[in-house]
Design a protein around this ligand. Sequence first.
Ligand SMILES: Cc1cc2nc3c(=O)[nH]c(=O)nc-3n(C[C@H](O)[C@H](O)[C@H](O)COP(=O)(O)OP(=O)(O)OC[C@H]3O[C@@H](n4cnc5c(N)ncnc54)[C@H](O)[C@@H]3O)c2cc1C
Length: 608
Amino acid sequence: MTAAPRVAIIGAGPAGIYAADILLSRIPDARIDLLEKLPAPYGLVRYGVAPDHPRIRKIIDALHDVLQHPSIRLRANVEVGVDITIAELLAAYDGVILATGADRDVALDLPGADLPGSFGAADFVAWYDAHPDVPRTWPLAAETVAVLGAGNVALDVTRILAKHATDLDRTDTPDDVLDALAANPVRDIHLFVRRGPADVRFSALELRELGEQRDVDVIVDPAELELDAHGERMLEQFSQRRIILRTLREWAERPPSSLTASRRVHLHFRQRPVRIEGEQDVTGIEMERTASDPLGRMIGTGDLVHHDVGAVYRAIGYRSSSVPGAPFDEASGVVPHREGRVVDADGVPIPRLYATGWIKRGPIGLIGSTKSDAAQTVQHLVDDLAASDRIGDESDPLAHLTDAVDWTGWLRIDDAERRVGAQRGRERTKLVDRDDMIATATPTPPAVGDGLKAAFRTHPAGIAIITAATQGGPVGLTASSVASVAVDPAAIMFSVTRATGSAGALLDADTFVVHLIDEDHTDLAQSFATSGADRFTPEQGWIALDSGEPHLPGARAALRCRALHTIPVGSSTVVIAEVLDVVAGPSGRPLVYLDRRFHSLPTHSERN
Ligand SMILES: Cc1cc2nc3c(=O)[nH]c(=O)nc-3n(C[C@H](O)[C@H](O)[C@H](O)COP(=O)(O)OP(=O)(O)OC[C@H]3O[C@@H](n4cnc5c(N)ncnc54)[C@H](O)[C@@H]3O)c2cc1C
């Protein structure tokens, strides 16, 4: 192949981004389209890694640097299999790499697993990490909780449940999560591991972190740390497990008098769940003690233990979802492949289709391991490209995806998150709502935002945004931009439709008068409609524009204004107008209707 190949990568998690990076290092003129179903890139680094692990989250900085490459086109908010098919991609690209990761919990086949109060860790993680597609409330009502699992996700869930919300204040956690965690009544968290203490999958560092939290004690029964022959063998073989056992023993040796924290994490080993109990909600869990047979296999002992708990978190593993149109092995939960070349049911490689990351290897391993994984897959892609003819069609297969969030759109979201975060002394606060993210990413709001920024520079005292339109419907403003506006206006913002409204012509005048009218003033509204002033409907708005009258009788207030900025938005014009003068209404102090609440507006002389 001689011409620059075009490659589509599905999934902008670390696996997809590393694959893009490695591909560009091997074929510098390759053109890469990176498709991502969420409005934001970075996969589980953004929506899985715990918020109190900022050092790991920093990996995003390195991934960001890769995505800036001019040969990579990000198209987020595009779900392959829904917005575009695998077949369409295979027809248009010289190579297609699946890097769709894992996004849900492994099912736990256990009586009571579906009871309210039995939660999958993936759902809980998605909630506290502000995933845009999960409900924004979480029922944190139990004082005693069970967590099932022996890996780092189980530790993350335990730590976040035990954490005092104020200890997450400096992280990117959204306020609704912090509020819910602040009201969490939890006192005791029981973490159950099926195997013995020498068989856990925790990393030593993450386990240690559990004991370093403010006002949280970790409690270990020394009897649970006794090792059988299998455990002794594990310790001899793996240094990490020796470190883990040392930490556990330190905790087990603490005198009970030193355990004074308001929250406690109890670690239990060699117990496996038998049933989750409860009629309407979870009320308890029955566990069975386990042991290792001479070959190290875990067996049940028949010895049952009951624990009263009000919630159960199942952290027993993640699972990938299939991508429509691509093969998927339901049994192993991955895409069938040979060293990254995707194969069909007969084991024959599907031309131009590859896989990398958790969808290839299964949901195990740290972020770093997706890099070596991507290197293997990309090597095969490069070999195959060298041996193949280019598809050659230069039309853009993604041209119809007009709702896609591109790199500039993501930078706008990134910027908005950093600005909201900076107000709280944090690096960022995540935007959560998908529509809000997309509105922030799309070009229209920034045009308004630019005008707003300019108006703020002129009027640092503040701008009132009157969301009602005089005509043509309200302007689409993102919640965050409305929330950031001061209440005390030195300028106002509203929208008009130039084409049909007389208001449009008024804006060309040097000054004009804005009358603020009460919602229930329908007679006044009608007189406006017939008098040739701007049209007005009580449902739509409370603002009317007029050139003459200094104060319309019956109006709450009248503001003499001059247009500062006019910004076209669709068929309307958003106007930011400087308030030159305030004419008090009949009741003395005028009021501005702002975001469906009345706020007091100082008179001109009070402002100066
Ligand atoms: C709770 C949790 C905590 C973790 N903490 C750590 C940690 O502290 N340190 C560490 O090193 N590792 C951690 N990991 C592991 C790490 O997150 C993974 O190794 C890594 O994210 C896997 O990368 P990936 O790109 O294969 O998958 P993902 O990160 O899942 O990325 C896949 C991407 O594909 C997108 N996608 C899926 N389907 C489609 C589709 N049809 N169309 C378009 N896009 C699609 C997804 O939205 C996602 O953005 C953690 C994992 C979890 C679950």
